[in-house]
Design a protein. Structure first.
Length: 59
């Protein structure tokens, strides 16, 4: 792994990756459907957990 490879996405990056609106991503976060890490007020979505979530919901 590259030392500078990101391990998390912001909600905006997650929306871009998934092809969803930012509003939809925040709704999924609010409903605890997408796993997140909260650092203060910052919300981060771990890449590995996002992939697991995608795999789970697409089965």
């Amino acid at each position: 792994m590259n030392d500078y490879e990101k391990l998390t996405y912001t909600p905006k990056e997650t929306a871009q990756v998934l092809g969803l609106s930012l509003t939809t991503v925040f709704r999924l976060i609010k409903n605890k459907e997408i796993p997140v890490i909260r650092v203060g007020r910052k919300v981060l979505i771990p890449k590995d957990k996002l992939k697991e979530w995608i795999d789970k919901v697409t089965q």
